[in-house]
Design a protein around this ligand. Structure first.
Ligand code: AGP
Length: 611
């Protein structure tokens, strides 16, 4: 997510903006910029890369006179991480500047309309379109505030946006829709920011904006209005007791926990602009794939958690998408000289877009004449640049080394791809229940997560002393079992093995004893009876079992196990998105209980850029 800060007060604005952006660097970014007004003129300075590049450009700029300004660090979602795409963006006449965090879903349609009116765009961003739209609305609106509101009413999607215009010197407007934005109320000055750390050293008095609210800031004066009709809204001021570290984690103890809890928003952002309602119901649009022929076979190649996400998606890509799909671990694929046919495609999945083995697999596939689809989270990463087409997971920066929300976004995108290919093969998607399940996911997850965290903490206390763990599952739960084992291993350093539960009889069951507990995924799907009997085999050998199950008809299933962890009823695909955070939270609670370095586990790097 981008970093946003605005200031209006009695002090030089630009140094405060730069300082605030430094405090937001942990959010991850690839370019930055500031806008300020100087003697009635609007000045914008921006740079690709780190803040040092921006500071170098500001060197010697007499900007110290400016007491109002806005600043931004960009995490690219539309358009490459280059200077022209950095924020702030200007209106057509250059008399307004905005910064923005979020995704304007209908920006293409608005852009076409404005181009018709003669607008010229300098960037590929949705933000610049919004800046031009505000400028266009200003022509008819009686005030800047009304032009701002009129433009925002047309914008669909998520935004935290801040506007600066010399026509109202020293005044900043800000608005929020489904993306965090808050005000810091100081003495004779006010801040607006995407996150508390941006201004925490200057004030702990905060006004949280809600969706559909617009704020007007002028020095110590602030007001909040409704986007709908600009009627004033009374807001309370909260005191923030956090220190800087806690503030960066939004109050969570670790980035990992924050990122697990972000998963409802991650699904929303990943679906953003890709699902549309038309006469026949819900349709998927993945325009990046339109130019590629439907592959005769799809080879999914990845590492670690990303591999597990691909394995999870295999069944959907085959059953819903109709695409024969095979999986390869990247470090194996790149050395086994695979046979690839030109009518096949390789899909590499990588959160960082920089994993050496996955990048090597991409290059090998291209050498063999195969089209490569990249599923990445980092815009402009090596894999994103070298793939023939790239689909962004839009999960926002993932800070914690243990990958959590990235897998949720990868699974969401793979499910969308399955429906997309299903749609391309037959007019109506085979399983539109799948799309409806995806639409309902953010709410389902948001309501289930708090209870999950409690249950995970209770189970962690009971099982943290284990020296080894089995994770068992069948079908899509096999991939989740592998992921659950990976999380426990990498976070708590407890040995854990993920297994297809049907494999137990072929050897592993010899290991079962009271010191070797099993985490069994027994979700409410067609394979449940099989998993149930696998659980009984483990219990018969005095193995301890945590069974992750789902309610049926409002009741927990009859299942013998030491611990039943009951998830809500849900569509079989949605059930995986409930099981995933359960596994993540269990490993998080065990590691935290054992006092491990949760966000930076020993021996691990966030991105394995070497072999
Ligand atoms: C997962 O928690 C690990 N951090 C690791 O397995 C990771 O998923 C793997 O290194 C792949 O990284 P990528 O998605 O950035 O390519």
């Amino acid at each position: 997510m981008c970093g946003i800060i605005g200031y209006s007060g009695h002090r030089p604005a630009v140094p405060l903006l730069i300082e605030g952006l430094h405090r937001l660097e942990y959010r991850g970014y690839d370019s930055s910029g500031v806008a300020f007004e100087q003697a009635g003129k609007l000045e914008v300075v921006k740079a690709a890369g780190k803040l040092a590049a921006l500071e170098a450009k500001l060197e010697g700029n007499p900007c110290l006179l400016a007491t109002a300004g806005i600043g931004h660090t960009r995490w690219a979602t539309h358009g490459l991480p280059v200077e022209r795409n950095a924020h702030p963006h200007l209106s057509q006449d250059g008399d307004m500047a905005i910064i923005h965090n979020g995704i304007i879903e209908n920006f293409q349609e608005i852009k076409e309309e404005l181009v018709e009116k003669g607008h010229v765009f300098l960037s590929e961003t949705d933000t610049e379109v919004l800046a031009h739209l505000i400028g266009e609305e200003r022509k008819a609106a009686p005030s800047l505030r009304e032009a701002f509101a009129a433009a925002l009413r047309r914008a669909h999607g998520a935004y935290a946006v801040v506007l600066l215009a010399p026509e109202e010197p020293g005044i900043i407007y800000a608005a929020r829709m489904a993306a965090p934005l808050l005000m810091g109320v100081g003495v004779g000055e006010c801040f607006v920011a995407s996150d508390i750390p941006a201004f925490l050293p200057y004030t702990r008095e905060v006004v949280f904006l809600e969706d559909g609210e617009i704020a007007r800031i002028e020095g110590a004066k602030w007001e909040v209005f409704s986007l709908k009709d600009l009627s004033p809204i009374a807001k309370s001021v909260s005191h923030i007791p956090w220190d800087m570290q806690a503030a960066a984690k939004d109050g969570y103890k670790h980035f990992m926990l924050k990122e697990i809890m972000e998963q409802p928003r991650v699904v929303t952002d990943c679906l953003s602009g890709r699902l549309h309602r038309d006469g026949e119901g819900l349709r998927v649009s993945l325009h990046e794939l339109d130019a590629l022929p439907v592959p005769s076979r799809l080879h999914i190649v990845a590492c670690g958690t990303s591999y597990n996400a691909g394995l999870w998606g295999q069944q959907l890509l085959e059953n819903v998408g109709g695409i024969p799909t095979v999986l390869d671990i990247a470090s194996e694929f790149r050395y086994r000289d695979p046979i690839l046919r030109q009518d096949e495609a390789v899909m590499v999945i990588s959160q960082s877009g920089e994993t050496a083995d996955t990048l090597a697999a991409l290059r090998l596939a291209k050498e063999k004449g195969c089209k490569v689809i990249g599923l990445c989270n980092v815009v402009g990463s090596s894999i994103a640049r070298e793939a023939d087409v790239v689909l962004y997971t839009q999960a926002g920066p993932e800070i914690s080394v243990a990958s959590t929300k990235a897998m949720c976004s990868q699974m969401t995108l793979v499910a969308l791809m399955a429906a997309y290919y299903g749609q391309r093969r037959v007019p109506a998607v085979k399983d539109s229940a799948l799309l409806h399940a995806l639409v309902g996911l953010p709410q389902l997850l948001a309501s289930a997560l708090p209870a999950m965290q409690e249950r995970a903490a209770a189970l962690a206390l009971r099982f943290a002393s284990a020296r080894s763990f089995f994770y068992l599952g069948r079908g899509q739960c096999h991939a989740l079992a592998l992921e659950g084992a990976l999380k426990l291993k990498e976070l708590s350093y407890i040995h854990a093995e993920g297994y297809a539960s049907g494999e137990m009889k072929h050897g592993p069951i010899a290991l079962i004893d009271p010191q070797f507990p099993t985490f069994a995924l027994a979700l409410d799907d067609a394979l449940y009876p099989k998993v149930k009997s696998n659980i009984q085999e483990v219990l018969a050998r005095q193995g301890r079992v945590i069974a992750l199950v789902q309610e049926r008809g409002g009741k927990a299933p009859e299942l013998a196990a030491e611990e039943l962890w009951v998830l809500p009823e849900a569509h079989p695909v949605a059930a995986s998105f409930l099981a995933l955070p359960a596994l993540q939270l269990f490993s998080y609670c065990v590691a935290d209980y054992l006092g491990k370095d949760v966000d930076q586990p020993r021996n691990l790097a966030k991105s394995v850029t070497v072999e």
